[in-house]
Write a protein that binds this ligand. Sequence first.
Ligand SMILES: [Zn+2]
Length: 232
Amino acid sequence: MIQSLLDYQKTDAKLRDIEKKLSGSEERKKAMTAKKYLEGVEENVNKLDARASELMAAYEKTEQEQAKLKEQEVEISDALGSLEDEKEATFLIKKAEELISKIKSLTAKANKISEEIQAVLKEYQTIKNTTKAAQVQYNENAKKYNELKESVKGEKEAVEKELETLKSKVDGTLMERYMTKRSNKIYPVLYEVRGNVCGACNMELSMAEMNKLKNGEVVDCDQCGRMLYLKK
Ligand SMILES: [Zn+2]
């Protein structure tokens, strides 16, 4: 029983090599990177839209404040035209100075917002360009990856057919345990026990586990998850 699973595992190495060749290929990596970028673009654009709205609102607010200050300016200049005494003149001069300082800081604020708006626009442009580049990268590499897949298709099918034949000789429960581990990217799955430790990770096995192994059972290593057997 164990021998038939070992035979399966030996041939399974060929399938694993093909899978590794595909998943580790540059074409796939480049296509995946581009895909990931493209998937994140919408979120980036949404964030940028929100930022742009904030900035526009802030800019409008400074415009409204500027209009108010203009009104005050008119008031002061009217009052200066009909001055009655020195006290009033001092008061108006103070008010005019305050107004000048407010206008200065408001202008600085508006300039800063304007700069930020420019930066957002620049970022929109950058996103537009990188999105185009990512689309090109994705299309090119997805095509190449498909070609690579196509090139190993025959080989892969032959190995799968071979495995199908070998599978029929293995105990169903054992095969299922093997396949679960294999799909969790464990390979080789089946290991021989060395003395009383796991042949893969050196984890010491309990008496109970050793007894099971001596009975010809296959146990799972608690540490590395591999399937262990004892060679008769
Ligand atoms: Zn182990």
